[in-house]
Design a protein around this ligand. Structure first.
Ligand code: NAD
Length: 334
């Protein structure tokens, strides 16, 4: 596929900003893969607010033009198309690469492991290769709690044993290894973020990741939400603007070549999440239950102390406040 630049006129559906002045970055050329998706588009918005020149590589397979900031330059290419990606890098000349494009479904990774590996390993390697070839200074990567083994302690810090329980986790862990190898071999600086369960406006309510978006959509459409398992499964939820502020805090040299958990350090059960979203959506519905899906961990919470100490990052948005923003956004856009 050839590189295409798409003129953009769509307004951004919502910009949420809780970034403080102390986290402001210098003006840089930044390329965000997956910048038309949920997390990537919020990062793009904040980078543009702060005066950076932002390019986006996204094949729009899941992301959309509605998410995309009109001041970003879109390269509508797949990260699996190495020649087109190469051309995008040659034109954008990024100093920083923020790699967020991915196949994000744990479930799909189990049903179609080769596709997961194709996008999440080979595609990521293409991005990394292009970043090195075009002299990018820094590579940031959206990794995941799914790289860790079954928890031996909670919350897990970055040195917790790793033994992914899904193909998605294996792919992400192998990309982490490639990034460290390229950093050591070619000198490109890096920061790896292991996100907890990110939630916020623009998350796809029809996907299968993102329980806040899914519950919100179901409550507001009057459908009965499903809890997979018995409701006691826990996840560490972090609001998307807090994830954005981690990226902004990581733009400079401080804390390079390290891996950081970006999460709240708190496990929230499916029951508690169900009740909190129900309250925000003014619903009195009860859940229905289905068996746990393959590859899903029982309990997850991540210790964010390292990001707090080195990047001076801290999550600011509480679960109820974040959920209220998701419900408000869904009501406004549907
Ligand atoms: N959402 C979470 O809770 C969470 C947690 C941990 C890690 N992550 C990681 O964060 C990143 C962003 O996730 P998200 O929730 O915003 O997902 P998303 O699906 O909204 O965004 C992914 C973007 O990548 C694009 N994309 C997919 N395949 C592509 C390809 N071959 N070439 C170019 N673009 C492609 C999609 O169109 C989409 O815009 C992913 O790498 C994901 O694995 C997300």
């Amino acid at each position: 596929m050839a590189v295409s630049e798409t003129p953009l006129s769509q307004p951004v559906s919502q910009v949420i900003t809780t970034i403080s002045n102390s986290e402001r970055s210098e003006n840089m050329r930044v390329l965000v893969t997956g910048g038309a998706g949920f997390i990537g588009s919020h990062i793009v918005d904040e980078l543009i607010i702060q005066g950076n020149t932002v390019s986006v590589v996204d094949d729009l397979s899941e992301g959309s033009l509605q998410n995309l900031n009109p001041d970003a330059r879109l390269f509508n290419v797949s990260i699996n198309d190495a020649p087109a990606l190469e051309k995008a890098f040659a034109e954008a000349k990024p100093e920083i690469v923020s790699h967020h494009a991915a196949q994000i479904s744990v479930r799909n990774s189990m049903y179609d492991p080769t596709n997961d590996a194709q996008v999440n390993i080979i595609g990521s390697l293409n991005v990394l290769q292009a970043a090195v070839k075009h002299d990018a200074e820094r590579f940031m990567f959206a990794s995941t709690s799914a790289v860790y083994a079954k928890p031996q302690r909670l919350p897990m810090n970055e040195s917790h044993p790793m033994m992914p329980e899904s193909v998605y986790g294996v792919s992400k862990l192998s990309v982490e290894s490639f990034i460290r190898l390229y950093s050591n071999t070619y000198g490109i600086k890096h920061k790896i973020f292991r996100y907890g369960n990110v939630f916020g406006p623009r998350q796809n309510p029809h996907g299968e990741a993102g329980v806040v978006a899914i519950f919100t959509g179901q409550f507001l459409r009057g459908e009965q939400p499903t809890i997979f398992g018995d409701g006691t499964k826990t996840r560490d939820y972090v609001f998307v603007s807090d994830v954005v502020s981690a990226s902004i805090a990581a733009m400079g040299d401080a804390g390079d070549n390290e891996t950081y958990n970006i999460a709240r350090g708190i496990g929230v059960s499916d029951y508690e999440m169900f009740d909190t979203v129900a309250a925000a959506a003014d619903s009195s519905m009860h859940p229905k239950y289905a068996p746990v899906r393959p590859g899903e961990a029982e309990h997850v919470s991540l210790d964010p102390a390292k990001a707090r100490e080195i990047l001076l990052w801290r999550p600011r948005v509480s679960l109820p406040d974040g959920i209220a923003q998701v419900v408000e956004h869904y009501r406004r856009t549907h």
